[in-house]
Design a binder for this molecule. Sequence first.
Ligand code: PEP
Ligand code: MG
Length: 315
Amino acid sequence: AGQSSPSLEPGPGRTADGHPVPLLTNVGSGPDALAAAATDSEGVGLLRTELLFLDRAVRPSVDEQARIYAAVLAAFGERPVVVRTLDAGSDKPLAFLPLGPEDNPALGVRGLRTSGANPGVLDEQLAALAMAAAGTGRTPSVMAPMVSTAQEAAAFAEAAHRHGLTRVGVMVEVPSAALRAAELFEVVDFVSIGTNDLGQYVMAADRACGPLGHLLDPWQPALLDLVAMVGAAGAAAGKPVGVCGEAAADPLLATVLVGLGATSLSTAAGARAHVRAALAAVGMPVCRERAAAARSARGPDEARAAAAAVGPDAV
Ligand code: PEP
Ligand code: MG
């Protein structure tokens, strides 16, 4: 008692057969980022920038944003940092980005879609990130939320490139983006799967709707099918496929996601040790077998049980 088991010791993410799976952290504040940087976190897989500015009536200046992003980049040093542009709207309204009333805000103007009416906000954010990159000598990755089409991804990549940002990705959290992932990889360097929203949209179940929790279970085979499509497209393109939704924080599901083609996982800081231990216990063949078993199931409970039954030390 009082001593952590050896399998929960710090270190990089890797499977038992030595396949690296970087374990990154989701952060939503400066203090979160600094705390994570002081640990064995392998980087930031998702900086939720909208959470930095939830309380603002006036939009933060380029200089202020640049200072915040530079602090995060500096804290992580050589480790990768993925900055997500503002995911405003729906469950995360920003006072300085008025979007007007909508009957279905989750299906409305949110995330990258807000840049249509407010191109200046995205442009300033990209300028701030470029400034932070120049000031720290680091190369951040930047990605857009709520991307539905490759055309949107291409427009975002162009905007980022205009600012000199060279590592550009998009989130895959809309089923259309997963279905056409191969097209996304033609225009971006990486993707990160947001299983929270991808689950919401593939099941047509509001992620905040308690009574629909069973539909929002991240073990839903339909969600796993979409993850598999993205994983296959990423492998074909030779480009990274991260997962940054809550699904990545479930240790058993983390092994399934890797089996489906995820190349890195980003979680809340507290989940990392158990995810690392789950990956260290199995090789890639078991991850793939678990993935196949889960996808063959008829529902989330069956998927969980089927995955748990596979492996040298079935869980
Ligand atoms: C997601 O949708 O899974 C995600 C990581 O983004 P957020 O939870 O911030 O919408
Ligand atoms: Mg999301």
